[in-house]
Every structure is written in structure tokens, then in C-alpha cells.
Design a binder for this molecule. Sequence first.
Ligand SMILES: Nc1nc2c(c(=O)[nH]1)N[C@H]1C(S)=C(S)[C@@H](COP(=O)(O)O)O[C@H]1N2
Ligand SMILES: [Mo]
Length: 203
Amino acid sequence: MPLFRSKAEDKVREAGYDPARLPPGQYLTEKWPVLHAGDVPEIDAATWTLRVSGEVAHEITLSLDELKALPATEVTTDIHCVTRWSRFDARFKGVHWRELAKLCEPKPSARFVIAHAEQGFTANAPLAAIEDEDALVVYEADGEPLAPEHGWPARLFVPSKYFWKSAKWLNELELAATDRPGYWERYGYNNDADFWKEERYSF
Ligand SMILES: Nc1nc2c(c(=O)[nH]1)N[C@H]1C(S)=C(S)[C@@H](COP(=O)(O)O)O[C@H]1N2
Ligand SMILES: [Mo]
């Protein structure tokens, strides 16, 4: 084990976790930091919708009540931010992609997802990344409705990627045949964003 990792790993061990859960260059935080570009948007839950569009047989638009009426999934999972903090055992509740896929029926050409959020924010990922067992459209975290600063009323969670791919204030999942860089990806963040490979930046 390289020497520079030992301090961060010692802290993980002291907190009672297996240090193998900590990706390279990360440290454990007990808090849940807030990070985003711009201001926390004001959203009216009564008029908020989630659209699924693009390479699908049927485009769908769901209200928050309709989203919450779909079968729910709960996951306990680790979050890894490119700014080096990791948070273990975050609890998320929401709707798995498979439930939305049943309604919209992705076309075989659908290979990527572009998540759209308030204020024009976007994040891109391979469709496979939201087919992951722990990926969700999240509306509850740690047993509470998602806080405004963490993406209320709903955010994406993409477990296999650095946390910037997990768009807060989500309003559309666009399925695409070809990939398109999102907001942070255009700023030089790595398109693939695999935290085990430390794919932080593209330069
Ligand atoms: N809509 C939107 N979602 C976003 C971002 C953003 O700027 N806007 N930033 C991303 C980044 S860089 C991170 S690290 C996480 C932070 O989520 P948190 O504030 O809930 O910890 O949200 C991601 N989702
Ligand atoms: Mo971030």
C-alpha cells in the first residue's frame, strides 16, 4: 500500500470501515458536503415534472406524485466526489431505471443518457451506468425527503461514477445514440469518471 494513502486509510479503519472501500486519493467525511454551480433553484413540487425523452418508443412525463407511485428501491451506498471526499453508507430511496424503462421502452439505439436539470445543467453517462443495481432517481436521502441543496424534489444517483454525474434538481433523462459532454465534462472533468481509476480530469 503506498505511504500517501495510509493516513486516509487509518481514518477509515478507525471509523470501523474496510479501507478497501476508499478509492485512491479520497478521504472519508462523516458530513454530507454541498457542491454545485449557481444557486439552489426554487422549484414548485406541484408543477415539477420528470421527462424521459430521446431514443425511446414513448416519451413520458411524470409528476412528483406519479414518480413516487412507482415501485421504490432503497440502497445504502458510498458517494465519491472528485474534490476527494467520500461518504459511506448514504441511504437513498427512489425509482430504479428499470421502472422508467418499462414505461418508455428504450430503443436499441439508446446507448447514453444525458441528464438535464434546472438552470440548464447537464451530465452524461453510458446507459449501462443507470442500469446499475444501485442507480436511482432519488427523492429521499437518509430517511428524509431530499433537502433543497441536495437536489429536491429529485436527483439522479449514478453509483459507479464520481458524484458530479449525479444531477441534482433533475427534470429530464434524454436517451441518446451518441455521447455528448455535460456541464462539468465541458469544464475538463473526465468523461468516464471511474473513481477506482481516478479518472478525475481530462487533461
Ligand atoms: N444540477 C446540478 N447537479 C449537480 C451539480 C450542479 O452543479 N448542478 N454538481 C454536481 C457535483 S460537482 C457534485 S460533487 C454533486 C454534489 O451533490 P451534493 O451537493 O448533494 O453533495 O452534485 C452534482 N450534481
Ligand atoms: Mo463535484
